[in-house]
Design a protein around this ligand. Structure first.
Ligand code: DX5
Ligand code: ZN
Length: 227
């Protein structure tokens, strides 16, 4: 945690042949969560990974596992991802017909419930469940792949959510996912986000995981809220 901001490396851009090692590198570098992107080839075009991989990550770290379900009919699978070791279960509002029920389902198992907004989905889509949820994820790319460009319209959404949450005294954390790197991370934090997901900014050929997480932390050192 730096300046109240949590870092959540997404393993989507990691070397899957040595996944445990990569997760431990994140842990050693001070990551707060491990973000796990689950894609079903239906909600998003590609299939990424599923339960056995989540179980393997669970065995290699004690960090909070932040499970991002980019899948249709999430209510059918949240229980299995909790059994596999998920700590925060995030579902897309666009995929959930009974969003409130899913939030209850997750919290009924003593896990944290997050709700995710695609870039084209307005903040109003989560307004009604905002008092209940533990986290709102603002997508700053269209879900489906790492390494995409940050979509600027995510920032006003974060500001709006921050205002709504603070004014009502709610507990929901605000996570930004997609295109987060040393240039965009401080801007997300200044807008009011407090959990930042990063895949390609953490796992790349420019540096080690520790160096890359170091760059992200450095970028967050002088963030002023409300900028
Ligand atoms: C996108 C995933 C993101 C992705 C982020 O569908 O939800 O978590 O891994 O990748 P970067 O940080 O490279 O944009
Ligand atoms: Zn994600």
């Amino acid at each position: 945690m730096i300046n109240g901001i949590k870092l959540a490396p997404s393993i989507l851009a990691a070397d899957f042949a040595r996944l445990g090692e990569q997760v431990r590198e994140c842990e050693a570098a001070g990551a707060d969560y491990i973000h796990v992107d689950v894609m079903d080839g239906r909600f998003v075009p590609v299939i990424s990974l599923g339960l056995p991989v989540v179980e393997a990550i669970r065995r290699s770290t004690d960090l909070v596992l932040d499970i991002h379900l980019m899948i249709v009919e999430p209510e059918k699978h949240v229980g299995s991802f909790i059994d596999a070791g998920g700590d925060i279960i995030n579902v897309h509002v666009e995929a959930a017909t009974h969003l409130h029920r899913i939030v209850q389902q997750v919290q009924g198992r003593d896990r944290k419930a997050g709700v995710c907004l695609n870039p084209g989905t307005p903040v109003s889509a989560v307004e009604q469940v905002l008092p209940e949820v533990d986290q709102v994820m603002v997508m700053s790319v269209n879900p489906g792949a790492s390494g995409q460009r940050f979509i600027e319209s995510a920032l006003p959404k974060v500001r709006r959510l921050r205002r709504m949450i603070d004014e009502a005294g709610l507990r929901a954390e605000i996570e930004v996912d997609g295109g987060v790197g040393p240039e965009t991370a401080p801007r997300c934090a200044a807008a009011g986000a407090n959990v930042l997901v990063a895949a390609s900014a953490v796992f790349n050929a420019n540096g080690t995981v520790a160096q890359n997480i170091g760059r992200l932390r450095a970028s967050l050192e002088r963030v002023e809220r409300g900028a």
